[in-house]
Design a protein around this ligand. Structure first.
Ligand code: SF4
Length: 602
């Protein structure tokens, strides 16, 4: 077996309780690297088109990469994959923390679940052994309590991913949580886990990830850290994490304001509360993912009486701060921390939660709904108490929270009365919190909206779209963190060198990027098989400036969507109308079977 991999995948049929170990052919890892790369190939091959995302046929995978648990910095990631119940298409979600390395120490590169359990269960993976256990004592508990109970049973070295009540109640914006707030939150994969009555996965073990040349790998790690220190990145990022620019982003046009329809400098003139030092004012200690030298996260002291989140709540990430903050017109940090804590404990995506509350606020402000609909909550812009109260109702599916708990698109369908015009989403998913118009404006029309529009998991920006996305697909498949690993440093990029040291395989960066392109194609053909053409899915005009804003830093800016799509689809060699990848491209990527399916002989 090549280095970096444990060489084993677990398959768990929750309907029959059968568990088997598969030893995949090396070629699967060669071609798709790991993470959602391997996941996309396996799900395409083993799942029927048209499978109900919440039915027994959906496959839920938790998958690491070859650098997960290796000396590579930030090798802490795993990805969840399944057909998304939120978008109906390909779904993946990414998380740091400690679970990924623990799964490899337990002996596996990934675990895949099929079927539906009769009763709530959790999976214990312990040093090469796997067992389904009764989870009736955990069902209904939040993710913090679930982790605490399982840690008490298996020790602190056991790492846990779990769903909270939001996933159990099949909220389509539910996520999978580890480490009290590291979330594989996107695409509603927490609901898939809930539909399978799978409460948690516990991984523990002492197995070592095989490394072909440990001395070189350790030297590269040390050099990479040195390089990152020399740029000042490590110190800066350790200090503030991703939340160090909330005030700047709110006024520059980077952060969407008031459901993507507002203007920061006008609608939230005072953003002093979002200043980087104020955002960390209640910080107790800095924390991070497994062996990451940046340790860009943090743990808070207990919240104030008005917003009493518990000690240990995760400090705010930028996306959470934007979604539950200025996108709702809210600049009150303790309230955002409280809402973030509720999402983490109950297992809900903070990005989607903020998006749907912002939508409801706009409906309220425009008289489409009133206090009679909202259980008496005044959903006015900037009402920080309302943000917290509605978050709590959503995660519990109580009252009006039940209307909102499946995301913006379905909330608009339920409310009707013209509310659809305020439903800001891309293909069914709420968007990440960087307005693509700013890149288009500041970098002379740089393609930007396409990544939200055409991505296989629409609404995400962290994967990019088209050729710039290949490096992100590679990084995700490797099991490393795109935030830190792709910082430009003197002796970088490190992917090629570290892969060589860890796996022992001599693969050039071009070859690795080709794998990134293969993954982009695999995710896309999964959607094509479901009849999804991204050019046809809903993409709200506010995202790309149609009509453009009339004031503020983005006044007059409209992204040229058609132009972006034209160039990107051309560069991918995907048809500019059907988005079907060419036969030539599939053959070039070694996806000959896909070429045959897409282009059957006449
Ligand atoms: S940079 Fe932050 S998010 Fe990325 S791996 Fe390190 S601690 Fe985790």
């Amino acid at each position: 077996m090549i280095g970096g991999y444990m060489g084993k995948l677990l398959w768990v049929d929750l309907s029959t309780r059968a568990i088997r170990t598969e030893t995949p052919d090396d070629s699967l890892y060669h071609k798709f690297i790991g993470g959602y790369g391997v996941g996309s190939r396996l799900l395409y091959d083993r799942m029927q088109a048209g499978t109900d995302p919440l039915g027994p046929g959906n496959i839920l995978g938790l998958m690491t990469g070859p650098l997960t648990g290796s000396p590579a910095i930030s090798g802490a990631r795993y990805q969840a994959v399944a057909r998304s119940p939120l978008t109906g298409g390909w779904g993946d979600a990414n998380s740091g923390g400690h679970f990924g390395p623990a799964l490899k120490s337990a002996g596996y590169d990934g675990v895949y679940f099929t079927g539906i359990s009769e009763k709530p269960v959790y999976l214990l993976v312990d040093n090469g052994r796997a067992e389904l256990k009764d989870a009736s004592h955990l069902w209904g508990k939040d993710t913090y309590a679930t982790e605490d109970i399982l840690h008490a049973e298996y020790g602190a070295s056991a790492k846990v991913v779990s769903i909270g009540p939001a996933g159990e109640k099949l909220s389509l914006i539910a996520g999978i949580i580890t480490h009290r707030g590291d979330a594989a939150a996107r695409a509603g994969l927490g609901a898939v886990m809930g539909s399978k009555r799978l409460k948690a996965v516990v991984a523990k073990g002492e197995m070592k990830v095989p490394v072909a040349d440990i001395e070189t790998a350790n030297r590269l790690r040390a050099e990479h850290i040195e390089d990152l220190k020399s740029t000042g990145f490590l110190e800066r990022f350790h200090q503030y994490g991703t939340g160090g620019h909330g005030d700047i982003s709110a006024h520059s046009g980077d952060s969407p304001v008031r459901n993507w329809g507002g203007i920061g400098v006008i609608d939230t003139p005072d953003v002093s509360g979002l200043n980087k030092d104020k955002v960390i004012a209640n910080l107790d200690r800095r924390t991070g993912c497994w062996r990451c030298p940046a340790a860009c996260k943090g743990s808070l002291k207990a919240g104030p009486a008005e917003y009493p989140y518990p000690a240990g709540t995760h400090r705010l990430e930028y996306e959470t701060m934007g979604a539950l903050g200025v996108n709702c017109g809210n600049t009150n940090v303790p309230s955002i921390e409280m809402a973030s804590h509720i999402c983490n404990a109950y297992g809900m995506d903070t990005i989607s939660a903020g998006g749907v509350i912002a939508f409801a606020m706009e409906c309220y402000e425009n008289g489409i709904i009133d206090r009679n609909d909202t259980d008496g909550i005044e959903l006015t812009w900037g009402n920080s108490h309302a943000v917290v109260a509605m978050t709590e109702k959503m995660v519990k599916r109580e009252g009006f929270g039940d209307v909102l708990a499946d995301g913006v698109m379905r909330a608009a369908q339920r409310i009707g009365k013209g509310s659809e015009k305020f439903a800001v989403h891309s293909g069914g998913q709420e968007l990440g919190l960087h307005d693509p118009k700013i890149a288009s404006h500041q970098f002379a029309g740089m393609p930007s909206a396409a990544m939200y529009w055409l991505n296989s998991t629409p609404g995400r920006h962290t994967q990019a779209f088209g050729p710039p996305g290949f490096i992100n697909h590679l990084n995700n498949a490797l099991g490393i963190c795109i935030i830190i690993f792709d910082q430009r440093v003197a002796r970088g990029p490190y992917q090629e060198k570290m892969m060589r040291a860890v796996t022992g395989l001599d693969r050039s960066m071009d070859e690795l990027l080709k794998a990134g392109e293969r993954i982009a194609n695999m995710r896309h053909v999964f959607n094509l098989r479901e009849g999804l053409n991204p050019l046809k899915h809903h993409f709200h005009g506010r995202i790309w400036g149609n009509p453009p804003q009339t004031e503020g830093p983005l006044a007059g800016v409209t992204c040229d969507l058609k132009d972006e799509a034209y160039w990107y689809l051309g560069a991918l060699d995907w048809d500019r109308f059907t988005t079907k990848p060419s036969r030539k491209k599939q053959e070039e990527l070694g996806l000959n079977d896909i070429a045959e399916e897409l282009w059957p002989p006449k």
